[in-house]
Ligand binder design. Structure first.
Ligand code: BG6
Length: 515
């Protein structure tokens, strides 16, 4: 086993997994998909390595293809070998873990699939001690949610909330609808089968260590909270930049675009966590209530305001790490005259007591210069300058919370350069996760799967939350639908987005950070 002993370093003691899930069977619909191989199985395996899986545990894959239990196990082993954060696979842990893996073949439309699944799960209760607890994981496109939820209900695989001491929970993957209407329809269907307390809507950003740390940073330190408001903050920037393109997902992206793919969910979750009021506790509803309040405070944009506040872009050809790459329209399955956006920048306002008048500039894009997700809080300028700084002034303080990569927190401030003259320099204080805690931190899916097994919903999105996110974004789509049909401006692959995005922030007398 290659895992270092965390107890040797007291700073790493927080990484020891001291929570275990309830006995249960995890049932993955869409078991032959990429998500299962790349994320879910490696996450479950890593929970096994951390001894966080319950004694009574089984994982059942459900998909259309004919496959033996052994063939499924060996596919999953390949996936874990390739994508687990811990390599190589520990044969002893895998041996144990794999005994709990099995496969049920069937189409999602066929009632027989659910009857077979029910029989199989009953048997697992006896053989593996899963105690009637079921975690259904829908790793399938949203068009299948309806069918699977109905199939589960008809086969009586959904127990009423905590009936007979056993539970049923269901995890839904994003995208959760494509606009407010489809999201509401989906929520209606789900509500007809499950109680909201049984529903776990995943936004994997919430499972990231650094995103969870936002709450700790804000509410376990007394230094920052008193200045976390309009009196001290000039503006906030949130960047979700990726250097990859659409990675062969042309069909999906043509339907989606970056606003639906990243802004409506991941980026708005980051914004809620930065802007929310302290919750009364960390209980799921206490935290989610505060996040919903932020979303409800977002200033809705009138159609006419969208062009001034939202900039779209589409990547063209360009160089990323010295490699010349094709433009979006040259990607497979993308229309040669596609108008789909791969970049968006927005100016948003949280109209409440704390944030009134503080703009939030957010941007998300594919094929940008670098992969970086960060939240930067820029504080006000000093009210009066005492120093004749040769470079024209003092740089305002910035607190940058780096979500990924190089996870950490950086505070920038002005300092005097050593020497006879008073020369001012912008310098940084840096906290790096890697240095303090080591780099082998749990993946988002490990945290989220374990939370779902334990019935902890704080890091999952509630119904009103996801609807509120769509409500805001829908107005942008509505304006785009009515705009003259010009394609979005092109930006070179490997750049920081279109010039128009620089103009958006410059109009407010600010500039984007180059993270
Ligand atoms: C997914 C999007 O939800 O998030 C992808 O569908 C995107 O397009 C991904 O690449 C980004 O996640 P991460 O964890 O790599 O930042």
């Amino acid at each position: 086993m290659t895992t270092p002993n965390p107890s040797k370093n007291p700073l790493r003691s927080g990484l020891i997994e001291d929570r275990t899930g309830d006995a249960c069977a995890v049932v993955i619909f869409g078991a032959s998909g990429d998500l299962t191989r790349r994320k879910l199985m490696p996450a479950l395996y890593n929970l096994a390595v951390g001894r966080a899986l319950p004694g009574g545990f089984a994982v059942v894959g459900v998909a259309r293809r004919e496959k033996s239990h052994d063939a499924f196990r060996s596919e999953m082993k390949d996936g874990v070998g390739q994508f687990s954060r811990r390599k190589p696979i520990d044969p002893a842990v895998w041996g144990d873990f794999e005994r709990g893996i099995s496969y049920v073949r069937g189409s999602f439309e066929d009632p027989q699939t659910y009857a077979d699944l029910k029989g199989h799960l009953d048997q697992l209760d006896v053989e593996r001690g899963t105690r009637g607890n079921r975690l259904f994981y829908l790793a399938v496109p949203p068009s299948e949610f309806d069918t699977i939820a109905g199939g589960l209900r008809e086969a009586k695989l959904v127990r009423a909330k905590e009936a007979d001491g056993a539970w049923t929970r269901v995890v839904f993957e994003k995208p959760f609808g494509e606009d407010l209407a489809s999201c509401r329809a989906l929520n209606e269907t789900i509500a007809s089968v499950f109680d909201e307390s049984q529903v776990y809507r995943i936004d994997h950003y919430l499972g990231k260590e650094t995103v969870q740390n936002l709450l700790v940073f804000r509410f376990a330190n007394s230094l920052f909270e008193p200045i976390w408001n309009r009196q001290h903050v000039d503006h906030v920037q949130i960047t979700v930049a990726e250097d990859i393109g659409i990675e062969g997902r042309g069909k999906f992206y043509e339907q989606t675009g970056v606003t639906r793919d990243v802004v409506q969910n991941h980026l708005m979750q980051l914004l809620s966590l930065v802007a929310m009021e302290p919750p009364i506790s960390l209980a799921a509803d206490a935290v989610r209530d505060e996040k919903v309040k932020v979303l409800r405070s977002l200033r809705p944009m009138e159609r006419s305001q969208v062009p001034m506040n939202v900039i779209r872009g589409q990547y063209g050809r360009g160089f990323v790490r010295a490699e010349e790459l094709p433009g979006y329209r040259e990607e497979p399955d993308v229309a040669p005259d596609s108008k789909v956006e791969t970049y968006v920048a927005m100016r948003m306002h949280v109209d409440n007591w704390r944030w009134s008048g503080v703009p939030f500039f957010v941007r998300a894009g594919k094929r940008m210069a670098r992969r970086v997700t960060e939240i930067a809080v820029q504080f006000n300028k000093v009210p009066h300058t005492l120093f004749r700084a040769p470079d024209g002034g003092i740089t305002p303080n910035v607190l940058a919370l780096r979500i990924q990569p190089d996870e950490g927190i950086q505070l920038r401030f002005t300092s005097k350069e050593p020497g006879q003259q008073t020369i001012l320099r912008d310098v940084a204080m840096d906290f790096r996760y890697g240095t303090s805690f080591g780099s082998n931190t749990p993946e988002a899916y490990e945290r989220l799967l374990l939370d779902a097994m334990r019935g902890e919903a704080t890091l999952f999105t509630r119904r009103d939350e996801v609807e509120q996110q769509w409500q805001y974004i829908d107005r942008v789509f509505d304006a785009w639908k009515h705009e003259a049909s010009a394609p979005p401006p092109t930006y070179a692959s490997g750049s920081w987005g279109p010039d128009q995005a620089d103009d958006l922030i410059a109009r407010d007398g600010r500039r984007w950070r180059k993270p």
